[in-house]
Design a protein around this ligand. Structure first.
Ligand code: DON
Length: 309
């Protein structure tokens, strides 16, 4: 497969960044409202070590729902497949990511998959640790190992802003607690979850996480197994079926790679055996996916023939 070329990347970004005002910056987390729609950045980290990027490459954004892929990987490593999928399902949904409706009508009452908010909350609830601080440390440690950068941390303002306003996520938790899907303190779970979503980094750092998955969970530098390949494969499968929420089918048709979006305006993509791509552009479409991110990945996938299908 052809490497991503810097000049192509700059040209493609030039074509798509004009769409920055075709969507809306997320505002249900008050601190995210401050993000400027014209911001844009992309990085492609090849598994051979070469990284190409353009735009506001040093800008740090919060990874939001992209963190769900990492918490799933950790839960799988800590508890195994059977335990994890006794708490959450494996099926995609046409409901929005914050939906409570299937929790009510589903039998047994468990979240449909680990990429919607209910499922991700159930996964975070499973993580080992005596308290929220331990669990956040586990997630950060995995990120530090993958990126080789142990300064990566969460954005305290965004975490606090979401914690203070996460009424819908609290409802999901109480519903699941009533039905035995989660245990323990809902406030402590929300503390962990809002901090994991607020973990902050730039596109180059995030692209390294994508490259790890492209390399089947093995370190790009040493070849050491950071996430066992079977678990890495499960994470990528959920990225394909559920990673772009109720736009996952359309994304699979148009782009055709495992990907995960976050409401800050980020999309992480994985091109098997080639590398990881991270795009940032905070303007979102009605399903919560970055407008610039979608356009750029569509162009890149067509140009480099990335679709796995
Ligand atoms: O729980 C939330 O609503 C956010 N912290 C994350 C949601 C998200 O990123 C959905 N993305 N498209």
């Amino acid at each position: 497969m052809q490497n991503v070329n810097q000049e192509d990347l700059v040209k493609m970004m030039e074509h798509v960044r004009v769409y920055a005002n075709n969507g809306k910056v997320a505002d249900y987390i008050p601190a995210l409202k401050k993000q400027r729609p014209e911001m844009h950045a992309v990085a492609f980290q090849h598994i051979n070590g070469e990284c190409v990027s353009t735009g506001q490459v040093d800008y740090n954004f919060t990874i939001q729902s992209v963190s769900k892929v990492l918490s799933l990987a950790i839960a799988l490593m800590e508890h195994g497949v059977e335990a994890v999928f006794s708490r959450v399902g494996l099926e995609p949904t046409s409901d929005p990511f914050y939906s409570i409706s299937t929790l009510e009508v589903g039998k047994p009452s468990k979240p449909l998959n680990p990429m919607i908010n209910a499922g991700a909350l159930a996964i975070t609830n499973m993580l080992c640790g005596g308290n929220s601080e331990d669990r956040v440390r586990t997630i950060l440690s995995l990120i530090h190992r993958i990126t080789g950068d142990d300064t990566i941390y969460y954005d305290e303002e965004v975490a606090k802003s979401e914690f203070e306003t996460a009424f819908l996520n609290r409802s999901l938790c109480y519903f699941m607690k009533q039905n035995g899907v989660i245990t323990g303190s809902v406030e402590e779970l929300l503390d962990t979850y809002t901090k994991q979503c607020a973990i902050s980094m730039n596109v180059e750092q995030l692209a390294k996480i994508g490259a790890l998955f492209a390399n089947d969970g093995k370190s790009l530098d040493t070849g050491e197994e950071i996430i066992p390949s079977f678990y890495s494969r499960i994470c990528k499968t959920f990225m394909v079926t559920c990673g772009m929420y109720n736009a996952s089918g359309e994304f699979a048709t148009k782009v055709g790679i495992p990907a995960k979006s976050g409401v800050s305006g980020v999309i992480l993509g994985v091109v098997k055996n080639l590398g990881g791509v991270a795009v940032f552009g905070p303007s979102l479409d009605e399903k919560g996916n970055s407008v610039i991110g979608l356009k750029l990945l569509e162009k890149m996938s067509a140009h480099y023939e990335w679709s796995i299908f």
